[in-house]
Design a protein. Structure first.
Length: 633
């Protein structure tokens, strides 16, 4: 390549590798306290990282290879072409510097390289661009990145000038071009993320990846076919295990062996109480003193005060790390399937759901959200599944006192919820509302004068305290309403604030609160049963005294004799039971751990029974979804 048209590729490759190396160094420093393996571990990170950097570079340089192949020699040799290549180099250096900054902030927020979250963000440019603008000082960051790109051009200017001095005919350009284009094809068909699994520490594995490579991988694998990538067993045997597990509380299942349909018979008198489900953004269990929050840490005073007045579930876990995953679990009562949430998939309507049960009982269902509900396909999903929609477009100017890019503040959202409840009550309709908040989300801004932490601090502590304040004010105002005495308030979270950890599935980072509050209707209690979000709907329906035919995977937590919880990342699926965790992953990956709930630690074990039960639940959930057995007739 030293004497042909493609010499500029070496310069561009060199700058790509340098910026990728600097990005990895920055992330290693960020994650330093979480890393294991010592010097050997660092060597593996940078060795595997260099391999993925080369793979990512081979993809990124495809347009330049094609350009250098096709551009005529007359244009290539022109002096203005050199200015063009220098400008292209500056743009590439700027984008690489921008990516370095973006990866740093993404890793700081999520503890991972780019993944499906970053892919999703490309779809919702308004919200994401607004979030970046409101969260970071772009007036400083962008000029700084331009200076870095200019410095890179200055450093590489000589090498770039020398690379443009070759004269090569097209017939001599073609063979090396085809060879260069074959390299990314070779990477595509032989390399995937498994080569980054160099440690049991997930931070180490993430640092071994290249962010742009990880982004491309997430973009391609947005939905992973379960039967192709995950451990399976005899399908009839799997259904037999799941049917037995779901019938332990006395429910009798249908005679069809590949189905979980069963009649649920109420054990208490039925009452059409209103139900308001508050799904709080990023409300980690670690924020509640009732769940172990230490003095001086982030806490939620109003919710802690409510714990003793509610049915409080102290071992409830989120099924995933995204809002749509939490809403999916709460609404559909189905374990998480690999890939993107069912809310974001095509053909996502007509499910048997919590909403369909309530609609059959004569309830008015509404999904109430302070942002634009097209985000993450939420409006489409809830509309297709029997809910009316109230989102930011339905707020009048007088109803908004404060808003950021994600939506109106929690106070405004909950005030809107009160007014919607007044309408339903005036129309003599029992109501079922699913309310999704946003204030406890970066950029962590909220109205001034409500709490003692100024909004200008843009801190998680302030946003959390404001969100808790808004809940307190909401319940206080609701207490004055004529419908309050006939209403059940369910307060939980979509997911935790931080999902990153050393383990494949850091269990502690999935624990969330659940409170069911209805003075005069539901007696306060503390429930120690291990459960996850898929168990919320069956539990509340049982408290309402409703009988119905169910295809839920969730169970009434008040009746279940043994607990279990489902947890997931984008690709990994977890099954937690009896102090043990089974993890399923692509390439038929299956592994078991012992989970010490007090020490918050995992250790390897062999446990075929747990692994087989985990496979049974996830395989049958996939079968039921793919065969539309959880759809309304």
């Amino acid at each position: 390549m030293a004497k042909n048209r493609f010499r500029p590729l070496l310069v561009f490759l060199e700058v790509f590798l340098v910026f990728s190396f600097l990005t990895r160094v920055a992330l290693v420093v960020t994650a330093w306290s979480e890393l294991t393996g010592g010097v050997s571990g660092l060597f593996k990170i940078f060795a595997a990282g260099f391999f993925y950097d080369l793979a990512a570079a081979s993809y990124a340089l495809i347009p330049l290879v094609l350009y250098l192949l096709l551009v005529p020699q007359m244009i290539y040799a022109h002096k203005y072409h050199r200015y063009f290549i220098c400008s292209l180099f500056f743009a590439a250096a700027f984008l690489l510097a921008f990516n370095c900054a973006a990866e740093y902030f993404f890793f700081y927020e999520f503890g991972v390289r780019y993944n499906f979250i970053a892919v999703d963000y490309l779809v919702y440019t308004h919200e994401v661009a607004g979030n970046i603008r409101e969260s970071y000082n772009l007036a400083f960051i962008l000029p700084a990145l331009a200076v870095i790109a200019a410095a890179a051009l200055f450093v590489w200017r000589g090498a770039l000038a020398r690379s443009l001095q070759s004269v090569t005919l097209f017939k001599k350009r073609l063979p090396p071009a085809l060879t260069l284009l074959a390299v990314p094809m070779l990477f595509f068909f032989t390399v995937d993320a498994r080569f980054s699994k160099i440690s049991s520490n997930e931070y180490v594995n993430e640092l071994a990846l290249n962010g742009l490579y990880a982004f491309g991988s997430a973009f391609i694998n947005n939905e992973l076919p379960y039967d192709k990538f995950y451990a399976t067993a005899d399908i009839d045997g799997s259904f037999l295990k799941v049917r037995r597990a779901l019938s332990v509380s006395g429910d009798v299942l249908t005679a069809e062996p590949r189905d979980i349909k069963r009649p649920i018979k109420a054990e208490r008198r039925s009452r059409k109480l209103n139900v308001i489900v508050l799904v709080e953004e990023s409300l980690s269990g670690e924020y509640m003193k009732a769940l172990g929050a230490a003095e001086g840490s982030y806490t939620v005073a109003n919710l802690d005060a409510m714990a003793s007045k509610s049915i409080f579930f102290n071992r409830l876990y989120a099924t995933g790390t995204r809002t749509v995953r939490g809403l999916e679990a709460i609404t559909l009562s189905i374990p998480p399937l690999p890939g993107t949430s069912l809310i974001k998939r095509p053909d996502n309507g007509g499910f048997f759901s919590w909403g369909s049960v309530m609609a059959a009982k004569g309830y008015e269902n509404k999904f109430i959200y302070g942002g634009n509900g097209y985000f993450d396909n939420m409006n489409a999903f809830f509309r297709k599944n029997g809910f009316g929609i109230v989102d930011r477009a339905d707020f009048t100017r007088n109803e908004i006192t404060f808003a950021n890019v994600w939506g109106v503040c929690d106070g405004d959202l909950l005030s809107k919820t009160l007014s919607e409840a007044d309408k339903s009550h005036a129309a003599r309709k029992p109501f079922f509302y699913m309310v999704m908040t946003t204030s406890n989300h970066r950029p962590f801004t909220y109205p001034a004068g409500k709490i003692d932490i100024p909004p200008s601090a843009q801190s998680r502590r302030g946003a959390l305290k404001y969100a808790d304040y808004a809940i307190g004010e909401f319940l206080k105002e609701a207490g004055e309403k004529p419908w309050f005495k006939d209403t059940v308030f369910v307060i939980t979270s979509d997911h935790c604030a931080n999902s990153a950890g050393k383990a494949e599935i850091p269990v502690r980072n999935y624990q969330i609160p659940l409170l069911i509050y209805s003075p005069g209707n539901i007696k306060p209690a503390r429930v120690d049963t291990l459960a996850s979000q898929i168990d919320i709907a069956p539990t509340v329906l049982a408290l309402l005294g409703f009988s119905y035919e169910s295809v839920f995977f969730g169970r009434d937590m008040m009746r279940a004799r043994e607990g279990r919880a489902f947890l997931s990342t984008y690709q990994k699926l977890g099954y937690l039971k009896d102090g043990k965790l089974a993890v399923l992953g692509p390439k038929k990956y299956l592994r078991a751990y012992s989970w010490d709930e007090h020490a918050q630690s995992l250790s390897d074990i062999k446990h075929a029974e747990l692994e087989n039960e985990a496979v049974a639940f996830y395989q049958t959930a996939n079968y039921i979804y793919k065969n539309r057995l959880n759809r309304l007739k």
